[in-house]
Design a protein around this ligand. Structure first.
Ligand SMILES: NC(=O)c1ccc[n+]([C@@H]2O[C@H](COP(=O)([O-])OP(=O)(O)OC[C@H]3O[C@@H](n4cnc5c(N)ncnc54)[C@H](O)[C@@H]3O)[C@@H](O)[C@H]2O)c1
Length: 474
């Protein structure tokens, strides 16, 4: 059986891992007042100490996905916001205090012994990185912080689960790859759809030639799901309990407005790349997996009429996404904002000389239809599996992120790469960044995927990196 980069079902011994990494066993000790039964059967020295940095919208999903593992102890949470409403929805009341309460309540409920106070809460992530009992950090902050935190975490000897998109710029992604490899750390990118059996099956059908020769990949993105305050927006006072300067961090100094920060940062280019990097970090990742171009990228990226907000608007990311990439093998990838009313919605679709395969949240569709049930033979290409117990027949997807997290935890133990290592997350993010760049500059960009350089366009090359506001650096 051919397996490419198969990291499935590897459960290396914790003690061997400690020895390999030269970590002191003391770093794994649970707080003395916690009964060992709180965390399940594993001895304290076998548990992975986890800290969650960024306690907003996505952390409400990531924190439980870590908590439910008996070999994990969430020892700290960290956020520059103490607690407030106004995240993705006005009802979401989030920040480090609610997150700390959530973790403490989980462990208290688990023992049934009343109080648990073992989870610390921090405002400054550097204090988290200084803790010797933190083995892994979960980075769930806005994208403009990912690289600075991940590089610092790698340097501090922590393993990293970093939410997608991996980076804000190509240069930041390169720095993350270097830091993770130099310091021998494990990094899982949070593009969790890779851990779903449907996605794997769709990609295996393409990789094994079931649709003939791959010719075209279509990626669709939803329209923006937040309304900008518009060009006439007025600054607002910073709310109490919110360290706005630390929220801005490496991004340019800017006046506070409610719609700049929680959740809606993704529609401002100083902090993110709009739906191109938001949903695109999932859907281009699937495109890369099915195409087998995970460690390379396109040779050309061209604007197809992307549209941006008017000058002076608070939101600056594309309102309408439209770009095309061309790969060295002649395959083209077209990414567009979807029509939400279209009866044939999909997320990533592969078109070949003999049919097509598409993935959407309600499953995999193929042409011819019989392809969907096609089995991958023992001598064909098999892609990595996060959880071999999943049949792919289950309709609910609530196991998706827990499986992706488990795959990371297994990698932490085995010291083998997880299903979405740093290079792969970086290459997916690179496609998104190049797509934004082509749309912003309104022209075709030639790209050398081996050297990771723009060819013959100094203006485009200059924006692959951005200056970081001091004192922040990579
Ligand atoms: N995997 C997925 O499907 C998925 C879904 C949603 C979001 N995400 C990703 O998760 C990340 C966070 O998105 P979100 O929707 O949770 O945003 P959010 O604004 O709801 O939460 C981010 C939190 O990070 C905090 N923060 C900002 N700077 C910080 C710092 N220096 N130190 C500590 N905390 C800091 C903010 O105060 C906020 O509470 C983004 O990169 C996003 O792309 C991934």
């Amino acid at each position: 059986m051919k397996r490419t980069n198969d990291r499935s079902d590897r459960r290396g011994g914790r003690r061997k891992f400690l020895k390999t990494c030269g970590l002191a066993a003391a770093a794994w000790t649970a707080p003395a007042f916690v009964p060992s039964s709180v965390f399940g059967a594993r001895a304290p020295s076998e548990r992975i100490g986890v800290a969650v940095i960024g306690n907003g919208n996505q952390a409400t999903i990531d924190i439980p996905a870590f908590l439910q593992n008996d070999d994990v102890q969430v020892v700290a949470v960290c956020d520059v916001n103490t607690a407030s409403g106004g995240y993705k929805t006005p009802q979401q009341f989030l920040g480090r205090k609610p997150a700390q309460e959530q973790v403490n309540k989980y462990y208290a409920d688990k023992t049934g012994r009343g109080q648990y106070q073992g989870c610390a809460a921090y405002r400054d992530f550097r204090e988290v990185l200084a803790r010797s009992d933190v083995d892994a950090v979960v980075i769930v902050v806005p994208d403009h912080w990912h690289a600075v935190m991940a590089v610092a975490a790698a340097r501090a000897g922590k393993d990293i689960y970093c939410e997608k998109p991996l980076s804000l710029t190509v240069a930041e992604g390169q720095a993350m790859v270097q830091a993770v490899r130099r310091h021998g750390r494990i990094l899982q990118t949070g593009s969790h759809w890779r851990s779903h059996p449907w996605v794997r099956h769709a990609c295996e059908l393409v990789r094994n030639g079931r649709i003939g020769k791959l010719e075209r990949i279509l990626v669709t993105l939803p329209p923006n799901n937040a309304v900008s305050p518009g060009p006439g927006w007025q600054p607002m006072p910073v709310p109490p309990g919110f360290d706005y300067d630390m929220w801005l961090g490496p991004a340019p100094q800017a006046e506070y407005h409610r719609d700049r920060c929680f959740y809606r940062f993704r529609f401002i280019l100083d902090y993110s790349g709009g739906q191109v990097t938001n949903f695109g970090a999932h859907r281009h990742d699937i495109a890369q997996w099915g195409h087998g171009t995970e460690l390379t990228g396109p040779v050309e990226v061209e604007d197809l009429g992307g549209e941006f907000p008017p000058p002076g608007d608070l939101f600056t990311t594309a309102l309408k996404v439209a770009f095309r990439c061309r790969f060295a093998d002649g395959v083209e990838l077209v990414c567009r904002t979807e029509n939400p009313d279209s009866p044939t919605r999909f997320e990533t679709r592969f078109e070949g000389t003999e049919g097509w395969v598409q993935f959407a949240r309600n499953g995999v569709k193929t042409q011819p239809e019989s392809l969907a049930d096609s089995q991958i033979g023992p001598d064909e290409i098999h892609l990595p599996v996060s959880n071999p117990a999943r049949s792919g027949k289950e309709k609910r997807i609530n196991y998706l992120i827990p499986d992706h997290v488990r795959n990371f935890l297994d990698a932490v133990r085995s010291r083998q790469d997880p299903i979405e290592p740093v290079e792969v997350g970086h290459r997916t993010a690179t496609i998104c960044h190049l797509g934004n760049l082509a749309m912003l500059l309104k022209r075709k960009i030639r790209w050398d995927p081996d050297k990771e350089q723009v060819v013959g366009d100094d203006q485009a090359a200059a924006v692959l990196a951005r200056p970081l506001r001091p004192p922040w650096h990579l």
